[in-house]
Design a protein around this ligand. Sequence first.
Ligand SMILES: Cc1ncc(COP(=O)(O)O)c(C=O)c1O
Length: 374
Amino acid sequence: MKVPFFTSVREYTARKKEFDTAVKTVMERGDFILGTEVMLFEKEAAQHLGVPYAVGVASGSDALVIGSDILGFRDGAEVLTPTFTFFASASCIARLGGKPIFVDMDEQTFNMDIQDASRRITSKTVGIIPVHLFLQTVPMQELMDFARSHSLKVLEDAAEAWGMESYVDGSWKKAGTIGDIGIFSFFPTKTLGAYGDAGLMVTHNEDLYKKIKSYRVHGSSVKYFHDYIGYNSRLDTLQAAILRVKLKTIQESIHSRALHAAHYTERLSKLPFIRIPKIKEVNKGVYYVYNILVPKRDELAAYLKEKNIGTSIYYPRPLHLQKCFTYLGYKEGDFPVAERVCKEILALPMYPELTDDEVDYVCDSIEAFYRSGL
Ligand SMILES: Cc1ncc(COP(=O)(O)O)c(C=O)c1O
């Protein structure tokens, strides 16, 4: 048996007609730049998320840079961001001359440790980037209380968090819709994934919305007249058409992920030396990634590869130890939880089209590995 870590081909094969029609519609219209499908997707995404404004951009990484630029995460300003996250959650600040202030993580949720964030605040801190990693949001009530008490701007990195929810100010709110600006990535592996790069920015604030719309087209709202030094970062119309097809069935996709996660959990919880992910009762999570914390991680990954099982390591090195951030002056030992987790974490295959037999095969193989040598 062969279990890829990720594949979009099963989904495409199952729904070929819908995807082909969506692409053909764009080709026949020929409105490739900010075309009809972009407008329709933005509208549908905003409705789905319960926000008034959604703006399609070229990627989640671009969305973070544009959001940082607009919120003033630049020119020496300090911004709190986790050390255990994807690179773009910090490079967006550094690229604009801001200073990423790294924060350690909570080992149980994989998310930012807000207590640690509160220890690192200074008079120069202007903002915070809560990153909702893998399966659940940062505890957003706690985070928003903290941000409000220090007048921090909040740029929510919801790149991985489509469908996740957090209870804030008396109601459940969708990840990405709670801070000043929220961003999403539609990188193909994501819960809502495109067939290429794509991203989205959302906000409740009309002024921010107008700026975002302008920033994605060179800071201009009237062609060839520029109010800001903006970017060229538009959601591609073909990707918007793909995303509209996938948005229709997103609840079913999320449900399938939950069933696979329950299956993994049922099997792997019998192995006491493996720590399995757990969505906190206060969160409505989504299994974008199913991560386990294991001893002999690299040996296990190599063994699974021999068995034709794909795995991935998110993330092998925390950001404070990345070469490009040496100038910030961090050293090994500064963020002990993140450093330990980077050595133990392993992501198993997780996508709606996975089969029960495949999950069993992955779990059988993990069991066999530890039986043979722990
Ligand atoms: C947490 C996080 N932030 C930002 C990004 C960047 O998104 P993109 O790949 O669309 O640029 C990603 C993912 O890829 C991510 O996982």
